[in-house]
Write a protein that binds this ligand. Structure first.
Ligand code: ZN
Length: 415
């Protein structure tokens, strides 16, 4: 919920008295709890959450389309296919990441990326359009799944430019990056989700209708990095997509769009340290992700001038000298890391100059914006539910994540 509130202030025109409504504000209908199966406690991961949203089954953290006994459970997408509808998935992560995986595959672990990609091929008859990242899982040493998809009637594309020239009403596999797509802030198209969604819908439209999963996958990744600049750019990509869908529903009133989150991430708060203040101004002019800025600074001399140019806002000499100190601190960070127990190390990324600089840049942006975070993981808060179009009222009030799938199953005629 903090992400959609923050987006309202990020999106606000500060020159007018009113705080302008966002597309999220216009379509809020309720909320959803996100807890996984009892065995995993109250805080979900993306796999259990996606399995709940896709199949109406609560499972353990890590589960892809299987229940707590690791038995496969059917998704709304596969059910929709059985009812004669076309189906599609469009995401900004790799296409076999936890959320899309739970709609098309069954696996005991989200980490089995190659097996999940194999399952996508085995289940190709259930899907018509797949757009996202993931070359490294589909074009591998042991097999080339892209060629096998092509042999099964799929058009394959690997850059955004080709989206405009797709033959209509044919199957499409589009992979645009090795893993996830670049951050919206860094991408050649900062609104790449909406750029993929419009042609995907054009492929899916037919007289029997279609079911489509769309995920703005990297809002969560920005949360894990405690990166408010990337988070707002990803939210902007999502907002543009929802605005496109708003127009689509107006022209096609028989369409239902439901938007929710699988969980919240980072314990993001609008305000921090006792101040009654949140200042998103500097975020609006950023043109590069903190990750890319850190990558550049790792390879060149740090001065207040070049950092200010990259951030598009001015940092002080003191801040620049602190960044220089961080750049020199890798040996100490490695000693601290190496002294941690193995189990702790596995939960973290090994420090690199780029990672240390990235964290430091994120803290500078947090200070400017007065942004707070509590964790690099997920949190257990309820998430908002937005809906528009036909029968949107079904999603009003408090839902559980499994209710979202139950309601979609019911709309698709499953008893
Ligand atoms: Zn996550």
């Amino acid at each position: 919920p903090a992400y959609t509130s923050a987006y309202r202030y990020f999106h606000d025109n500060p020159d007018t008295e009113a705080v302008e409504q966002t597309v999220f504000d216009r379509h809020l209908v309720g909320s959803s709890s996100t807890y996984p199966a009892r065995v995993s406690g109250y805080v979900t991961d993306s796999a259990a959450a996606a399995t709940a949203l896709a199949t109406a089954t609560k499972s353990y953290n890590g589960a892809i389309g299987v229940d707590v006994d690791k038995k496969p459970v059917e998704s709304v997408l596969v059910w929709a296919k059985k009812q004669g509808k076309k189906t599609g998935m469009v995401v900004t992560s790799q296409i076999n990441h936890a959320t899309p995986a739970s709609y098309l595959a069954h696996n005991e672990s989200r980490h089995n990326y190659d097996e999940i990609a194999d399952s996508f091929l085995a289940s190709h008859h259930n899907i018509d359009v797949l757009l996202g990242g993931g070359w490294q899982y589909f074009i591998r040493q042991d097999k080339n799944l892209v060629e096998e998809f092509q042999a099964n009637g799929f058009n394959y594309i690997d850059n955004y430019g080709q989206l405009a020239q797709l033959p209509s009403n044919e199957k499409v596999l589009g992979l645009f990056a090795d893993k996830g797509l670049p951050w919206a802030l860094d991408d050649s198209n900062k609104h790449r989700l909406s750029a993929m969604v419009a042609p995907a819908i054009a492929q899916l439209e037919n007289k029997n209708g279609f079911f489509m999963l769309i995920e703005a996958s990297q809002v969560d990744w920005a949360g894990h990095s405690n990166d408010i600049a990337a988070a707002m750019a990803e939210m902007d990509d999502l907002a543009k997509t929802l605005e496109y869908l708003e127009g689509y529903v107006e022209k096609n009133p028989n369409t239902l769009v439901v938007l929710t989150a699988d969980h919240s991430t980072g314990g993001f708060t609008i305000g921090q340290g006792g101040k009654y203040l949140w200042q998103p101004d500097v975020l609006r002019s950023m043109t590069m992700s903190p990750n890319t800025i850190a990558e550049k600074l790792a390879g060149q001399k740090i001065t207040s001038t070049n950092v200010s140019e990259m951030l598009n806002f001015k940092i002080s000499e003191v801040e620049a000298s602190e960044l220089i100190a961080t750049k020199k601190s890798l040996p100490e960070a490695l000693i601290t890391f190496n002294n941690l127990p193995k189990a702790e190390q596995e939960k973290m990324n090994k420090p690199t100059v780029q990672r240390l600089l990235r964290q430091h840049i994120n803290r500078i942006i947090d200070q400017r914006t007065v942004t707070g975070w509590t964790t690099f993981g997920h949190t257990g808060v309820d998430v908002p539910v937005f809906a528009m179009g036909k029968q949107k009222e079904l999603f009003e009030g408090l839902n559980d994540n499994t209710d979202i799938a139950k309601k979609i199953f019911k709309l698709l005629g499953k008893q």
